[in-house]
Design a protein around this ligand. Sequence first.
Ligand code: 13P
Length: 335
Amino acid sequence: MSIEQLAETALAMVAPGKGIIAIDESTGTIAKRFAGVGIENTEENRRAYRELLLSTPKLNEYISGAILFDETIRQKTKDGVPFAKFMADNGMIPGIKVDKGTHALAGFPGELVTEGLDGLRARLEEYYKLGARFAKWRAVINIGDDVPSGTCIEANAHALARYAALCQEQGLVPMVEPEVLMDGNHDIETCYEVTEVTLRALFDALYNQNVALEGTILKASMVLPGKDCDEQASVDEVAEATLMCLKSAVPAILPGIVFLSGGQSDDDATAHLDAMNRLGPNPWPLSFSYGRAMQSAALKLWSQDLAGNYGAAQATVYERAKANGLAALGQWTRG
Ligand code: 13P
């Protein structure tokens, strides 16, 4: 796989006015989402739910690709078409979550490191054959008393870079995701400092592992005060802090940055993205790779009447995609 082909995929992922829908919840995470709305966590319900999302009419107007889970990339539509083929036939790029989740970082209580490097080369080879053209690995950085440690940041950056190098070797664009969590009562300045040091460590590690940035996408968390912080920030404060942080730590050669929603409300996630794009021109396209902020409304509606609300649930997915697609251009208007 040439760097040119990886770069082409990466640019298509962040094509103007388009972003990613993250539907790669692990079986444990989707169990929590389903439990929240009273849906039984069976393989068929998980399949049917992902089909509802992916087959939303005209989704490809605003969605360039979707991140699938290992189970999902092996599943088919009710008409027997593998999801990855269904997506490609409908102009969307299949992606795949390849990390094996977070685990306690030995020696550093309260901190996490993402696992999944063992056997990754063979798994990536298989995912490519199944149709995936990009992959995602999520590292999690907590903010708290004396946390994060430098060791936690380094361990996660190293794993992200090893994963990214393996992805490019196997023809997949790595989406590198170092998520600084919103949990806690820290202020926006603390989030800024932690995000900046995390991004610097990540790009240092990517450089050390010979990862071609032209064929890499960053999935970033926004710079926000903690959920329990007394002093919440305005949309413009979040947009300005996030942009300043990214400009100080992310090389301009990167083809694009997509954001996670991380527990923000649907409207906040859209408003923040829109405000950042209005502040442009920026060095990179800024778009979205939202999970909850793309799906929550649809999941709630569907759960109330699986058959009766199918179309209405898809309509909310389309609305969320459209709002975020417009925000990726700085052209969204509230309400
Ligand atoms: P949220 O947008 O719900 O944070 O999920 C995005 C994601 O894929 C996290 O890895």
